[in-house]
Ligand binder design. Structure first.
Ligand SMILES: C[S@@+](CC[C@H](N)C(=O)[O-])C[C@H]1O[C@@H](n2cnc3c(N)ncnc32)[C@H](O)[C@@H]1O
Length: 251
């Protein structure tokens, strides 16, 4: 079973999908600034489809891929419920493969941090480049090392949400590994089942990448960096205390 298969239900029921929906509202200004005029888009590690569905509603043709069959199931359900035409497929972003090419590829909400080897990040970027038309754009975000090393520190526990029928906790059981730049997040959820509760646990590992490592992978994939941002909303540069980084790149 993949990570996010058991968590998918809690993900789609929480406010997690709102992050990529917010990104969709920031994009028109980003398109204008960098002269990007997409019609077709591919969202990689698309989760339960909130971003693709938002973009299709705004007139784009949208595709999404994710490793978790359960997330893809929820994505198809969301498209059906919201009556939009969007295609979702199970694919590993490290080996992307498409017959058609896209004007825009996106990857949101620290999905790329789940790639724990630099080689996997490079393979993903090469696959993105293959999937893009010439002149097409790639826009993505990652948690910075600062976010994983400081905000994901040992033994911090938070309640994500506490509802009548579901309860979700996040916990960081071990210190950040400064050698491998990897942080660990344990998610425990309880879902009401009849008169009782069903428990699920998932352990997620994320790697923080140095900015020069991300740039190295872009170069290897023949993608040209247009911007390295600390806020996509304000389109402002990355700062030393940024907890998230956004890149805008072009093939
Ligand atoms: C934090 S969620 C973000 C989902 C979505 N992008 C969003 O903004 O809501 C991370 C997603 O990355 C997916 N993922 C992790 N590793 C992956 C891989 N190697 N290939 C495809 N998807 C992957 C997970 O299944 C999960 O849906």
């Amino acid at each position: 079973m993949n990570i996010y298969d058991k968590f998918a239900y809690f993900y789609t029921k929480g406010d997690f999908p709102q992050y990529s929906q917010r990104m969709a509202t920031y994009l028109p200004a980003v398109f204008e600034k960098f002269k990007i005029k997409p019609q077709t888009l591919l969202d990689i590690a698309c989760g339960e489809g909130a971003f693709v569905v938002s973009m299709v509603k705004s007139g784009y043709t949208g595709y999404g891929v994710d490793l978790s069959p359960q997330q893809i199931k929820f994505a198809r359900k969301r498209a059906e419920k919201e009556k939009v035409q969007a295609e979702f497929m199970v694919q590993d972003i490290r080996s992307l493969s498409f017959k058609n090419k896209f004007d825009l590829v996106t990857c949101w909400f620290d999905s790329l941090n789940y790639l724990l080897e630099l080689d996997d990040l490079e393979k993903t970027f090469v696959g993105v480049s293959r999937a893009l038309k010439k002149g097409g754009a790639f826009i993505f975000d990652l948690n910075t090392i600062l976010e994983l090393a400081v905000n994901w520190s040992e033994n911090k526990t938070y309640i994500f949400y506490d509802e009548d029928d579901r309860y979700l906790i996040r916990h960081h059981p071990v210190p950040f590994d400064f050698e491998k730049n990897i942080g660990v997040l344990k998610i425990t959820g309880f879902m009401k089942k009849g008169k009782g509760w069903q428990r699920m646990d998932e352990v997620h590992k994320q790697r923080g990448y140095k900015i020069e490592e991300i740039r190295y992978c872009l170069k290897k994939a023949n993608l040209k960096e247009l911007a390295c941002l600390g806020s996509l909303e304000k389109i402002t540069e990355l700062k030393p205390d940024s907890t998230r980084v956004w890149f805008v790149a072009r093939k």
